[in-house]
Design a protein around this ligand. Sequence first.
Ligand SMILES: Cc1cc2nc3c(=O)[nH]c(=O)nc-3n(C[C@H](O)[C@H](O)[C@H](O)COP(=O)(O)OP(=O)(O)OC[C@H]3O[C@@H](n4cnc5c(N)ncnc54)[C@H](O)[C@@H]3O)c2cc1C
Ligand code: SF4
Length: 327
Amino acid sequence: MKLPEFELFYPESLDEAVSAYESHHGSKPVAGGTDLFIAMKRRLMRPERLIDLTTLKHELSYVTEDEHIVKIGALTRLIDLERHPLVVKHFPSLAVAIKSIASIQIRQSATLGGNICLDNRCYYYNYGLAPGVELWEPCLKRSGRICHVTGKLDDTCYAVYSGDTAPVLVSLDSHVKIFGPLGERIIPLPELFSGLGERPFNLERGEIVKEVEIPVPKNETRFSFQKFRSQEVDFPLASVAVSARRGADGVVEEARIVLGALGCAPLRVRSAEDFLQGRKPGEALDSVVDLCRREAQFINNVHVAPNIRSRVLTKLVKGCIAEVTST
Ligand SMILES: Cc1cc2nc3c(=O)[nH]c(=O)nc-3n(C[C@H](O)[C@H](O)[C@H](O)COP(=O)(O)OP(=O)(O)OC[C@H]3O[C@@H](n4cnc5c(N)ncnc54)[C@H](O)[C@@H]3O)c2cc1C
Ligand code: SF4
């Protein structure tokens, strides 16, 4: 499959990138290109102009620690992050999640910003177009009217958010810095996600994710990330990220539980977190699993059936809780 024709713009500064992005309706930023170029080859997207953010890597590729906050530039490559001493020391679950993404070759180009801003996926969307053949009529996510999952002329798209770093970053209470035509804003990471399958991000045209900020956790906090995929190099079909802190009596004082690839955005399961708080993990486990299963969207739009993903979720939740509470 060949790439369609497009113009490539090499900005010399972030300001130039933003104004080029904002001023041209058919433009889009590209970082490592490991996802966007495939979408373009499959003709799922036809941007006329790509803003090549990699020319800004001297400005946007870094990992620093400042006043108990680790700051990571959006252009930092996944391969550099997975072995970075600050990540390994403070956020081991993030290092695990990154190492599980795609392959070493892909992680050598892929960036953190690109991973967070990964477009939502759906079997009917990603595989609907073979070269020159339209397998299904365009669905909502391709500006059509139908959803092939529900079979209805629906107004809801259930395409799944499948990035692996964001669920962990949410479990770590991260924020993102966004740079755009109106300047800079910092928001909690969950606010970046719209919850809509067809347009997953609350980003205006011209806005670029510039940095991720993660507070250094308290010493006693433990972390886990576990994921299920059907083959070695593939997108997640379900994932769970947990961070938790226990008191000396073994009771959970604070927990964050986030599901990945089970909805249109990373799903924080506050009901399960609240239930776990103040209890010993063993006493609460079955209810925590139930609450997570209630929150997850088991939609039939990936290549593994919903009932299998539901069973897998039980294992992942139990595995993560066991890991963060083992002595
Ligand atoms: C075989 C294969 C397996 C994969 N497996 C996984 C997996 O297991 N887990 C996983 O999470 N991903 C997986 N991926 C997807 C992808 O490779 C990664 O998510 C990668 O991290 C994307 O980063 P990138 O820099 O290449 O993004 P790009 O492809 O450059 O961009 C992705 C999207 O983000 C936007 N974007 C990029 N940077 C910014 C920014 N700074 N601000 C705003 N928007 C931005 C782009 O416009 C585009 O829409 C896989 C891909 C392949 C081909
Ligand atoms: S969930 Fe429905 S509308 Fe969304 S991408 Fe899949 S088929 Fe299209």
